[in-house]
Ligand binder design. Structure first.
Ligand SMILES: [Zn+2]
Ligand SMILES: [Zn+2]
Length: 217
């Protein structure tokens, strides 16, 4: 088992290829499609919210709130959906409707094959969620602006996740995220579920700690 973030460094010399850059990774793991679809949908939602409400400040504020809300969704989806591996047959059937996360853990450097399924689920949930919020009485511009923020957060998550696996990420903040995610892969799958932020692991006390520190806590 590899022990730190260097586990994610691409073997460029062996492959005889150019090192990945922040731009070139957009061509990996379906990121281009994710960015195009999510941005288009987010812009459409934000535009309708703006025309409907006539309040740019409200739209900007709620989009920012949606971005933050995404970080929470990212944590709960990764912890309780992607790592859900049920034993019972009917639960296994439900689990099959969602992308496999086990294959990513088995080979983190491999390009993900199920990304389009993930994108379709995201778009579908976004439309269902918007309709649901509207039905329960939340003003449509608020729902749409929140959804726009969530979609922008989702694509940021996909980008940061691919970057964690394929870029060196040398600056302090980025290196911290890379190490946080590497520990989730190589030390403890029951810790460090956050990818774009570590705050929810702190809130839910799932930040990985060395065994000694855990015993003392
Ligand atoms: Zn990963
Ligand atoms: Zn995981």
């Amino acid at each position: 088992m590899t022990s730190d973030a260097t586990a994610f460094e691409p073997d460029v010399a062996a492959a005889g290829s150019k090192p990945p850059t922040p731009i070139s990774i957009i061509g990996m793991s379906g990121l281009r499609d994710i960015i195009i679809v999510s941005t288009s949908l987010a812009l459409l939602y934000a535009l309708v919210a703006l025309i409907w409400s006539g309040s740019p400040l409200m739209v900007l504020g709620v989009v920012a709130l949606g971005l933050f809300y995404w970080t929470f969704l990212e944590y709960i989806l990764h912890r309780w959906m992607l790592h859900w591996e049920p034993e019972k047959k009917h639960y296994k059937l439900i689990r099959k409707c969602f992308p496999s996360h086990r294959s990513h853990h088995n080979d983190p450097m491999k390009e993900r094959m199920n990304i389009m399924l993930q994108l379709k689920i995201t778009v579908y949930l976004s439309v269902v969620y918007t309709a649901f919020m509207w039905v329960i009485g939340v003003p449509l511009p608020v729902t749409l602006a929140l959804n726009a923020g969530v979609l922008l957060g989702y694509q940021a998550y996909e980008y940061v996740h691919v970057a964690c696996h394929h870029l060196p990420m040398r600056n302090a903040w980025a290196a911290r995220l890379k190490r946080h995610h590497a520990i989730h892969h190589h030390r403890d799958e029951t810790a460090n579920f956050g990818v774009t932020t570590t705050i929810w692991d702190s809130v839910f006390r799932t930040t990985w700690k060395p065994a000694k520190a855990r015993q003392a806590a």
